[in-house]
Write a protein that binds this ligand. Structure first.
Ligand SMILES: NC(=O)c1ccc[n+]([C@@H]2O[C@H](COP(=O)([O-])OP(=O)(O)OC[C@H]3O[C@@H](n4cnc5c(N)ncnc54)[C@H](O)[C@@H]3O)[C@@H](O)[C@H]2O)c1
Length: 441
């Protein structure tokens, strides 16, 4: 099938590469000339495990190409997948300007029937806006080619995006048009060989499903963070509690980890956008409002613990920081809890020496103008001249460090662990002070 993917970011690039790998002819469009030039030089602009070989082999097989040519992208795909960003607007609602621009471009150039698919996370009612934008752009050309707008929200997780795309739990198709549904069934057939994964529903339900899923996951995290803070105050251990409740199959273990708050390009903005939708509909979601409030507070818990350890005197202190990405296995720092911690530390007068296995380049750009933040190339480099160590991302390489070397390098042998990576007793045995989240030490 000829498929166009509009927007070649985390979702678009993975989608394009995986669809090409299944034998489709894929045209990836982006307006960012630099990104397309890098892709055409064989560089992968994002860190995503397993993605590079798929891109390479499908480019080599001429099934995958990258371009900024809008007219050619519209001509190419019978299916046009919109995977552009939907960042939060000033009032928290999703900013749909890129989605509408992509739709207008389709209307500007389309000939014959197209299935236009919103893969971006978009609020209920967006399919109508996409439809309108295409109709208006076609009107200006005095044409009226037939098309169908389908909502097909994406559920891949950064860090496991290829695996998620290739083996999805479910594929939501929001449409009532049999022709378009049939085309999406064919497109996704290779990714659901052992059982049917497609769930067909109304467009509005599909749009809401994505937000409801992310809000539910965010709720679990905020719930655990609040219980963790309570556990700490009353002498319980959240790790024991987590095991105790996760063993209930109605609850399960996934997304039950307390930490330094959730971040990333999706949860924070999707929670805000859902709140906005609910507010506008006169049906405020009180649970979701609390989820955001708890998360905002949680991002400052680690900073508070560090300040408390030094009686609020962080001037002349240097904090080593392991982990900048919002989670392991990605270089994405959008809304990362590390940013809130760095802010807290720098505002209190401290310097920060930070290391991340993948997000270092991104961090160097973000902190290029900051004299207080140094990004270093190795984990142990962060500890040079540092007073204490803080950990914000659960990268595998942080799980079993040389504790003797860590203790030796730090002026005050203390670890502030925003991911509960270690056994408190083992750290005590190493002579390290340990400050995890919600644990009985
Ligand atoms: N990142 C994730 O893990 C994830 C998971 C599921 C859903 N989503 C959703 O998918 C959407 C995309 O997210 P992302 O993280 O891939 O974003 P991104 O910022 O990494 O990529 C978006 C790309 O779209 C390009 N773009 C913008 N306007 C364009 C236009 N008119 N034509 C062509 N290209 C255009 C940008 O240059 C950028 O490269 C968002 O709505 C997001 O909420 C993201």
């Amino acid at each position: 099938m000829n498929v166009t993917v509009i927007g070649t970011g985390y979702v678009g690039l993975v989608t394009g590469a995986c669809l090409a790998d299944a034998g489709n002819n894929v045209f990836c469009l982006d307006l960012d000339e630099n990104k397309i030039a890098r892709l055409n030089r064989g560089e992968i602009p994002i860190f995503e495990p397993g993605l590079e070989p798929i891109v390479k082999r499908n480019e080599a097989a001429a099934r995958l190409r990258f371009s900024t040519d809008i007219a050619a992208s519209v001509a190419h795909g019978d299916i046009q997948l919109i995977a552009v960003g939907t960042p939060p607007g000033e009032d928290g609602s999703a900013d749909l300007q890129h989605v509408v621009a992509a739709a207008s471009n389709i209307g500007r150039y389309m000939e014959g029937y197209k299935v236009v698919v919103t893969k971006s996370t978009v609020p209920v009612g967006t399919a109508d806006k996409v439809k309108q934008a295409i109709i208006e752009a076609q009107k200006k050309r005095h044409v009226g080619n037939d098309f169908t707008v389908v909502s097909n929200p994406e559920f891949l997780k950064e860090g496991a995006a290829v695996e998620d795309f290739m083996r999805p739990d479910r594929i939501i198709v929001g449409s009532d048009d049999p022709r378009a549904i049939g085309m999406l069934r064919s497109l996704y057939a290779p990714f659901q060989r052992n059982r049917e994964r497609i769930i067909v529903m109304g467009v509005r339900s599909a749009e809401l499903t994505k937000y409801a899923a992310n809000a539910m996951l965010a709720t679990r995290i905020s719930f655990m963070n609040e219980v963790a803070n309570l556990a700490e105050a009353i002498g319980a251990d959240i790790e024991e509690v987590r095991r105790g409740i996760g063993s209930d199959p109605r609850i399960g273990y996934q997304f039950l980890y307390p930490g330094a708050g959730f971040g990333g390009s999706c949860f924070p903005k999707d929670v805000k956008a859902l709140q906005r939708t609910a507010q506008d509909a006169g049906k405020p979601l009180r649970v979701v409002n609390a989820v955001e409030e708890v998360n905002e507070a949680q991002k400052h818990v680690l900073g508070f613990k560090i300040r408390d350890r030094f009686s609020n005197e962080l001037r002349d202190k240097c904090i080593a920081l392991w982990g900048l990405a919002f989670k392991a296995n990605t270089d994405d720092m959008r809304e990362a809890p590390s940013l809130a911690l760095i802010d807290d530390l720098v505002n209190a007068g401290a310097r920060v020496r930070a290391y991340d296995p993948a997000a270092g380049d991104e961090a160097k750009k973000l902190f290029a103008d900051s004299a207080s933040v140094t990004i270093v190339p190795q984990a142990m480099d962060a500890l040079e001249g540092a007073d204490v160590l803080a950990i914000v991302t659960e990268w595998q390489e942080f799980r079993s460090p040389d504790f003797a070397a860590v203790k030796k390098a730090l002026k005050t042998p203390a670890i502030f662990d925003g991911r509960n990576l270690y056994d408190p007793a083992a750290l005590r045995a190493h002579g390290l002070e340990y400050y995890p989240i919600g644990r009985n030490q």
